[in-house]
Design a protein around this ligand. Sequence first.
Ligand code: ADP
Ligand code: MG
Length: 500
Amino acid sequence: MKDFPQLENAAQDRAVQQLLHWSLANGLVLHPPNFKAYSTDAAPVTLFPTPFPRSSFDLAVRVQPVFNRLYAKIAASDKWLSSIVDQLTEFDQDFTGRLWRTYLQAKADGITQPLALGLVRSDYMLDQNTDQIKQIEYNVIAVSFAGLGPKVAHLHRYLNQSGAYDAHGGSEQYYDEGDIATSEATAKLAEGLARANDLYHGQSGSGSPTSTIVLFVVQENERNVFDQRHLEYTLLRNHGLKSRRATLAEVPAVTRTDPDTKQIFYSPTNDEISIVYYRTGYAPTDYKSDRDWETRLNLETTRAIKSPTLLSQISGSKKVQQLLTDKALVERILNDNVGSSPSSANEKVTSEEIDLLLQTFVNIYPLDDSPRGREAKQLAFSNPERYVLKPQREGGGNNIYKNDIPSFLKSIPELQWNAYILMDLINPPSHPNKIVRAGEVYHEQVLSELGIFGTIVWDTELGTVHSNTTADYLLRSKFSSSNEGGVAAGFGCVDSLYLY
Ligand code: ADP
Ligand code: MG
């Protein structure tokens, strides 16, 4: 494994200048806070790629389709989820409970589209103690950075190729070509959308696949909008598939649903919508009013394929992740009949694959009155520095870390502890990379989190899988002094892999 390039001040200044120009020239950008429509900032990135063991990366890639299948199985029927619904919703009636009630209402009204699309990302850190990758979480809704992530590998390759990393004041390449792993995540997620769109046309047997459009349901004032735009441009360039954007509040005004066929159309252009793709809807604040919830309900009953469906979104909850640390349960879900039809032989997952998947789990405890829950309640007070406490939330900034855990738990009634899970902290190696944020260079130890993208299209009635792919990677890094790594939130930055 090579050390990081050691650059003299002047050489580093030149490298940073090149980095900023490349980022602005190639759309590796975010809107700044309180932005105008025309204002962009270079996205925070590392100056160098961060080393990561190739064997660990390969393993993460290998288990991705198994994770996709596991979560698709869970969301192929409400059988198992309804058996744990109290655990899921009792202490979070307002959000997870409301997602569940919205699903039940959609089911009562009639769900007309059996296919579901997953554009997902499984996140890991390398654990120093075991030298294995350990899963942080499996994300099923609004996964980000498939647009910007791949650009950082291209940026680092450009800097390397141009000689900006030459530590001897010349312009030689520092890394071998191929050391810096490229990612085709943008194209692969676009391919997932195109595949679902093709299947939509297969169902109706009419119209050309480019006669329908994808509806991106988005947040207002999204700062990370260019990440989404890159996916839209790739979808159009590679597949001729158009997309439109609307917030939940705008959807009723810009769509029309045929009451008989449940086909949904984008009214301004009268295009049929084949896929409703959510880049919002994962946090309570994404629903500004009851009307937004009603919109979510109405979209769920249309013919368009949803990414994700309500059941799929619920399957991505932290509570489900905690329950899945039980090997017997994972085996039962993967190999038994959880959907409404038996798994066909070619869908069987091998016991080796299941073991590889389980190897990526750390301990996750409930905080209830079960024996494991009681053990966890003690551990949270005796060794809080070993844990992170998580509520049923997505989107960053919600977790409670280490020594903050005891006082936090004491501040709420014990009954409410049930709403949280307690997870072993993963202890990744740190590296002396440099972070470039708003033109400033920060030289600190960084910790990295690997995300592997995936796409899956499955039939929620039959439980069958139409396509299931690994879709390359994202690497995010953050100062080792920070608990969380949100990029837009200002905690972290986008990085690329130097595989060794
Ligand atoms: P969210 O759904 O809000 O994204 P995550 O579970 O991904 O929540 O946690 C947010 C961040 O906190 C992660 O990106 C990671 O940096 C850190 N983190 C979460 N769980 C762990 C863990 N078990 N060990 C170490 N860091 C963690
Ligand atoms: Mg996360």
